[in-house]
Design a protein around this ligand. Structure first.
Ligand SMILES: [Zn+2]
Ligand SMILES: [Zn+2]
Length: 255
């Protein structure tokens, strides 16, 4: 039923939207060829999993794009629920190494025993799980947290996730063209000096150059919500002829 779909368990970004829960922040649930991948379990992720009809025990892979709390705050609760307190180990956790190790990891040590395999994302590294591949594409410029663009690839489909980060030209080259679906964390309506986040201006450039079959914008700050994400999505569609969807909490997209 859920084969090849993505469900947004949250679409909030930026401190105010996330920590006042103006939009939810549970990340997204990707079902790729029957494999369930939970990406970026931010605050409330466990609650949203149940709210939108999923069961944490069905999770095969947890992916954390970076250690900032809006992407990782619920990692421990979700893994505890998915593994029934480590009884049924999680098959795979994919994250940069500062999520699980180092001075200040977000993953609690005792939960590591409940995970069969931890793979650290690196540029160009390919992580294989059953029939799919998860690949680190390009390192993002994002303060205080190692962050990578990610590709999820099956035999027939590829989904590209562009998490938070400041736009730079490499992004136009290092992300693949013609992806089946591209998800952009589009925090701002225009570039803001001193903030390491993508704006709609950057995302439009990327869509123009990379021409995915379908694009989704999400991870909205207050200025973005005020600017009306649906309207901005439509504007990009008009200039690129590529379908761009402004995500809403609980929205499910098939691809
Ligand atoms: Zn971040
Ligand atoms: Zn973020």
């Amino acid at each position: 039923m859920l084969r090849n779909s993505v469900t947004f368990l949250g679409t909030g970004g930026g401190r105010i939207v996330v920590f006042r829960q103006i939009r939810y922040s549970g990340g997204f649930w990707l079902n790729l060829e029957g494999i369930n991948i939970l990406v970026d379990p931010g605050p409330g992720s466990l609650i949203r999993i149940y709210e939108f009809g999923f069961d944490p025990k069905d999770i095969d892979v947890v992916v954390v794009s970076h250690r900032h709390l809006d992407h990782s705050a619920d990692i421990n609760s979700v893994i505890e629920a998915a593994t029934e307190s480590k009884k049924n180990p999680l098959k795979l956790l994919v994250a940069p190494d500062d999520v699980t190790d180092g001075e200040d990891p977000v993953l609690l040590k005792y939960l590591k025993e409940g995970i069969n395999k931890i793979e650290h994302v690196e540029e160009g590294k390919e992580i294989i799980f059953k029939d799919i591949k998860i690949r680190g594409l390009v390192k993002h410029i994002h303060e205080g947290a190692k962050t990578y663009g990610l590709e999820f690839k099956s035999q027939n489909k590829n989904i590209v996730y562009v998490p938070c980060g400041k736009f730079y030209e490499e992004m136009l080259i290092r992300f693949p063209e013609n992806a089946d679906l591209m998800i952009f964390n589009t925090t701002f309506p225009k570039p803001v000096e001193g903030y390491y986040h993508l704006s709609i201006v950057d995302v439009e450039k990327m869509i123009k150059k990379l021409r995915p079959k379908k694009a989704v914008i999400t991870h909205f700050s207050i200025p973005m919500l005020k600017a009306n994400p649906e309207k901005l999505a439509k504007k990009i569609y008009k200039t690129t002829d590529i379908s761009v969807i402004a995500a809403k909490d609980g929205m499910r997209i098939h691809f």
